[in-house]
Design a protein around this ligand. Structure first.
Ligand SMILES: Cc1cc2nc3c(=O)[nH]c(=O)nc-3n(C[C@H](O)[C@H](O)[C@H](O)COP(=O)(O)OP(=O)(O)OC[C@H]3O[C@@H](n4cnc5c(N)ncnc54)[C@H](O)[C@@H]3O)c2cc1C
Ligand code: FES
Length: 510
């Protein structure tokens, strides 16, 4: 922000006329060097930090729902009274200031810090120790929440990754395109795990869970006992059973190391084949185009994202990629890879420096299966995210839970869903009985096109479009038998937040 723009913001320490702030309005001003958002909600006034603690989203463009404020970029949710980041993807609180009234003037001068929950607030029924299997979205969010809730018992997080938990969505976007630096990627600096007494075991794989003895076995031959366990092992990329699928020319993208490997190969590459036209394949294509690499996308679908978002969005996405120089080979699959030669089911051959396989993922449920937990194309959990074994919870890409909105059991592979499940599972491991009823949300960004999606529509019989896809300003409502199931938006962030809030009200009142 320029000095001039900063100058134009009202200085809240000098006071503003209360009558100049309409009920429900959000005004951004300054308190010292800080940007502060002032809002009046009925008879109450709130003053909080103006930027989201996730990626500094402008909260004034977000939405206030009850006593929370929601970020327009990726839907983090903060409590206006305490600043707490009550729902991921943000974890750190926003600052709060007191609002003082003098006549018709309101002044914002003094910051306050809401007290952290006291350890004594943790239920005496909380387990003696907690083990988390997985250092991804759900595992990290759970560990952070356990400490935020004041839990003081031992917390161990065991992760097969070599790296501490990372911002996985970035691995196919800014990091891959070269815009984000390495220091953007870790969710926390390494030292913070030690500071919060989280025993982070990296590069270690849990090989067995004994739900009766309440122990996990680790691949270094050791074992850990647990009072409560969270399984958050995520998903593994599908490997096609085709010749050459395991060759050095084929790269997969799940981990930070995978993304670094693609970046390394991209430095000298001129031509890449991307197998798969779903979100990963498309985001990888956009990132590689930003590096000026020729990209050929091969996928069995007739249009990208058709099955997830419908043909109209599919056509838009295809045209956006083509305008950036991507060539599509649709209705075909990769059948073999031999050195630079990539064979297609249609009979053609493409030349490529390397191939990125983005043909889907499978939930990593082998551990749960061997432990005898109930499975349902994932790990079956109840509304509290507890598995068929008491005290053993599951969250993230592996969990299939009863979705209160559709009434169906669903398993969803979204970053924010996994994090919010980790947060709810953490509180339930501490003895709460909090049902998981967050509305699923995901976003994707390809070039300058950002899509936000709330709700969940695996099948639909109608899509209503408001606005224009060509103008890239619209919302699409997916319904089945007259029931609104999901809303996708382009350039309408506040509508996306409003749809999320409406879905929330729908199932919380049901
Ligand atoms: C490149 C990329 C980009 C994405 N972009 C988006 C996006 O823009 N928006 C969106 O909504 N979603 C996105 N997703 C999906 C999102 O990242 C996942 O839904 C989310 O990470 C799932 O979280 P999780 O905790 O279930 O699993 P993960 O985050 O995958 O974590 C699983 C963890 O379990 C560990 N593990 C597995 N097995 C074992 C074992 N036996 N022992 C110990 N540890 C084990 C793994 O090492 C890992 O640490 C993206 C995914 C990828 C790969
Ligand atoms: S910047 Fe606010 S949620 Fe991402």
């Amino acid at each position: 922000m320029s000095a001039e723009q900063k100058q134009n913001k009202p200085d809240f320490t000098q006071g503003v006329a209360a009558s100049s702030v309409a009920d429900g309005a959000m005004v951004v001003g300054r308190v010292g060097k800080a940007d502060v958002l002032l809002t009046r909600q009925g008879g109450e006034w709130f003053a909080v930090g103006a930027h989201c603690t996730h990626y500094r989203g402008p909260l004034a463009k977000g939405l206030i729902v009850g006593d929370t404020i929601r970020c327009p970029l990726h839907h983090a949710c903060f409590n206006l009274r305490t600043g707490e980041a009550v729902q991921a993807p943000a974890f750190d609180p926003i600052a709060c200031w007191q609002v003082e009234h003098e006549g018709d003037q309101v002044f914002v001068r003094n910051k306050f810090v809401a007290p952290a929950p006291a350890a004594s607030a943790v239920s005496p029924a909380a387990p003696e120790s907690i083990v988390i299997v997985g250092g991804g979205a759900a595992g990290f969010a759970a560990a952070e929440m356990l400490r935020r809730e004041g839990y003081e018992g031992p917390v161990t997080m065991i992760s097969a990754d070599q790296d501490p938990p990372v911002d996985r969505p970035n691995l196919s976007k800014d990091y891959l395109s070269g815009e984000a630096k390495d220091d953007w990627i870790p969710l926390w600096p390494r030292t913070l795990y030690a500071e919060r007494h989280i025993d982070l075991q990296l590069g270690r794989r849990v090989t067995a869970i004994d739900t009766a003895a309440r122990t996990v076995s680790i691949d270094d031959g050791s074992a850990r006992s647990f009072g409560a366990l969270l399984i958050a092992t995520g998903a593994d990329p599908v490997r096609l059973p085709i010749p050459g699928a395991d060759s050095a020319e084929v790269l997969y993208l799940r981990t930070y190391a995978d993304s670094r490997a693609i970046v390394e190969r991209a430095r000298t590459a001129r031509r890449v084949v991307v197998a798969g036209a779903s979100f990963i394949g498309l985001e990888v294509s956009a990132a590689l185009r930003a590096r000026n690499i020729e990209v050929e996308v091969v996928a069995p679908d007739q249009l990208p994202l058709d099955r997830i978002m419908g043909a109209d969005v599919g056509r838009l996405i295809k045209s956006v990629h083509e305008a950036h120089g991507v060539r599509f080979h649709l209705g075909q699959t990769v059948t073999a890879i031999a050195g630079r030669a990539v064979s297609l089911s249609g009979g053609g051959t493409l030349d490529a420096d390397f191939v990125v396989m983005g043909v889907g993922v499978r939930p990593a449920i082998a551990l749960a299966e061997a432990a005898g937990l109930t499975l349902d194309r994932g790990i079956a959990v109840d509304q509290y995210l507890e598995t068929s074994a008491p005290g053993v919870f599951a969250a993230g890409d592996i969990a299939r839970w009863p979705d209160p909105h559709t009434g169906e059991n669903v398993r969803i592979e979204h970053w924010v869903v996994a994090q919010r499940q980790g947060q709810v599972a953490a509180r339930n491991m501490l003895g709460r009985r909090e049902r998981f009823d967050a509305v699923p949300f995901f976003w994707s960004r390809q070039y300058d096109l950002a899509i936000k999606y709330v709700g969940h529509a695996e099948r639909w019989d109608a899509i209503d479009i408001d606005g224009s896809l060509d103008a890239r300003n619209c919302s699409l409502t997916y319904s089945r038998a007259g029931q609104r199931l999901a809303v996708a938006t382009i350039a309408r962030d506040r509508e996306s937040l409003a749809a999320e809030a409406e879905f929330e009200r729908g199932h919380r009142s049901a």
